[in-house]
Write a protein that binds this ligand. Structure first.
Ligand code: ATR
Length: 273
């Protein structure tokens, strides 16, 4: 029988996950299909029940359900618990769900793919302190990075430093970012400022890395500016594919081809940008 997997969210029509996962399922010769499932905030618990009855093989969870997924799970990985969000649910034999957060290892994989395997004691500037920043900060702190977190609302940056790095990260208001650019080896923009056309004005990059968790039209101007200023760039598509690969590995055990997947989604995103 063809097995079912999918991603639950609202909105979900824009999700690239079906494109990524269905190609990997085909390549691995697995008889399964991965679908985008539109589930409103209040319907999450009942949707999970229905999917459990259908013996779904695995689920990705995106906004606005990442916290609810954590609460619904009987078993929670250490990283998902700490980050406070789950993006991967796997049914447990005998009932219930195991929750993981693959955004954090996915982010590290994407960094490694961009040539940065060691972040220990590196000064890294994280802009933003929302949901996406939590996974990034958690992952980098685990690897011993020396972090500065700047946010429009500084108290959220302070909370993140306290909760995820035992207060070992510096923090402050985002409008002071220029003061931190010189000493940063890597700058990571996790804010959604690209949606409103705002951008970070960068100093000369001198081949340092600028990563933006957005992609496509939203990130285009910011990444073009970074490129012009001599930064190496990494966009959110690499991270999207990497977190998907981590989920696939949890469900099926094998590592799928992330390079081909990245080329595929990039073609699609460029076609609609
Ligand atoms: P996500 O889950 O994608 O991280 P989020 O939790 O809504 O989304 O977080 C969005 C982040 O972008 C926050 O850090 C937000 O700053 P605030 O905490 O002050 O809201 C930041 N952000 C959004 N628009 C911004 C803008 N125009 N300038 C600077 N920061 C912005």
């Amino acid at each position: 029988m063809t097995e079912l997997l999918g991603v639950l969210g609202d909105p979900i029509a824009q999700s690239l996950s079906p494109l990524i996962h269905n190609a990997w399922l085909r390549e691995a010769g697995i008889d399964a299909t991965y679908e985008a499932m539109q589930v409103a905030e209040n319907d999450f618990a009942s949707a999970l029940e229905t999917l459990a009855k259908r013996q779904v093989r695995g689920l990705n969870i995106t906004l606005p359900h990442k916290h609810a997924a954590l609460v619904a799970a009987g078993e929670v990985s250490v990283s998902a618990a700490k980050i406070g969000a789950a993006n991967t649910l796997t049914p447990i034999d005998g009932g219930g769900w195991h929750a993981d957060n693959t955004d954090a290892p996915g982010f590290l994989f994407a960094l490694a793919h961009a040539g940065i395997e060691v972040v220990e004691n590196q000064n890294i500037l994280v802009l933003g302190a929302g949901g996406a920043a939590r996974a990034v900060v958690y992952a980098l702190h685990q690897r011993g990075a020396s972090l500065t977190i700047l946010n429009r609302t500084p108290s959220r940056a302070a909370d993140l430093s306290k909760q995820l790095t035992n207060g070992q990260s510096a923090y402050g208001p985002i409008d002071q970012y220029r003061d931190y650019l010189d000493e940063a080896c890597i700058v990571i923009n996790t804010t959604s400022m690209g949606y409103t056309g705002n951008a970070i004005e960068l100093a000369r990059g001198k081949n340092r890395l600028f990563a933006d968790i957005s992609y496509g039209r939203i990130a285009a101007a910011q990444l073009a500016h970074a490129d012009q200023q001599g930064w190496r760039t990494l966009d959110g598509l690499s991270m999207l594919v990497a977190q998907a690969a981590e989920s696939f590995e949890i469900w099926f055990g094998g590592r799928p081809d992330t390079d081909k997947a990245l080329q595929r989604v990039r073609r699609v995103v460029e076609a609609v940008s």
